[in-house]
Design a binder for this molecule. Sequence first.
Ligand SMILES: Nc1ncnc2c1ncn2[C@@H]1O[C@H](COP(=O)(O)OP(=O)(O)OP(=O)(O)O)[C@@H](O)[C@H]1O
Ligand SMILES: [Mg+2]
Length: 285
Amino acid sequence: MLIELKNVSFTYMPDTPLAQQAIKNVGFSVRTGEFVGLVGPTGSGKSTLIQHFNGLLEPLAGEVLIDGRRIGSEISALLVRQKIGVVFQFPENQLFEDTVFKDVAFGPCNLKCSDEEIEERVRSALKMVGLDYFEFKDRSPFTLSGGEMRRVAIAGVLAMNPSCLVLDEPTSGLDSIGKREILTHLERLNKEHGLTIILISHDMNEIARMVDRVVVLNEGKIEFDGSPKEVFLKRDDLLKMGLDVPEYASLLIKLNERGFDVPLDLFELNEVKDSIVCALERRSR
Ligand SMILES: Nc1ncnc2c1ncn2[C@@H]1O[C@H](COP(=O)(O)OP(=O)(O)OP(=O)(O)O)[C@@H](O)[C@H]1O
Ligand SMILES: [Mg+2]
């Protein structure tokens, strides 16, 4: 297992009147190459949970293993941070260098890579997020569009050559083109480069379209963990938690309840349309 959490619990400000248990006895693992969606209502513990993946937060109880090694005792937090790249919400706020090159190069510089290695990593990381090296390397990050800034921030994490990329709401606040650009590159990183990805999002359409597996967190506990089809069939439970289901899933479930024989695991408009046409044709025969 690339990431394995065993009975992890975490409390903010323990032993104080303000103590807040954010993670409750969570067991969870991620295999190399998976594309996992992490969803849950606001305050359910998603951002807290992912900070355990790279040792930024230490569990109050339980343990976190990376490649089978326990963080702290068997694998150093430094190495873990290189393996598991976490892109926090609004990562563009953390850009601070005067050129895109320097910002993306920050991690590899800290790893004491050679100049050639640094340049190679910056080129390759910018390419992975679809930004042309020569066009962008000398620009100030602050002259970029919001979507471009965010892609530079993601490139900065990719330049560490992580085995896993964890992203906390990477598309929030972007327009639909900006969103699509980020998602297309994430899809490619997973399918073509074999990068393991864990994506937090509130957009269920996005989750359904992108991921192989959905993990639902509610009040600090894992409520469901399965394929998008399995999880989104729990529509009533999800709605009760305050979560949406993908629009197409909702439509197909309703048609199914009314006796139309349509599959429930389609999340692309064309497939949904074709399946409805087929079901109507079968009915009219
Ligand atoms: N630094 C902190 N100090 C104290 N409590 C915190 C802190 N950060 C988060 N919490 C609390 O822990 C719980 C989980 O918060 P977390 O940010 O992990 O949720 P989330 O699922 O990421 O929510 P959102 O979807 O709104 O980003 C919440 O009750 C929150 O108030
Ligand atoms: Mg959060």
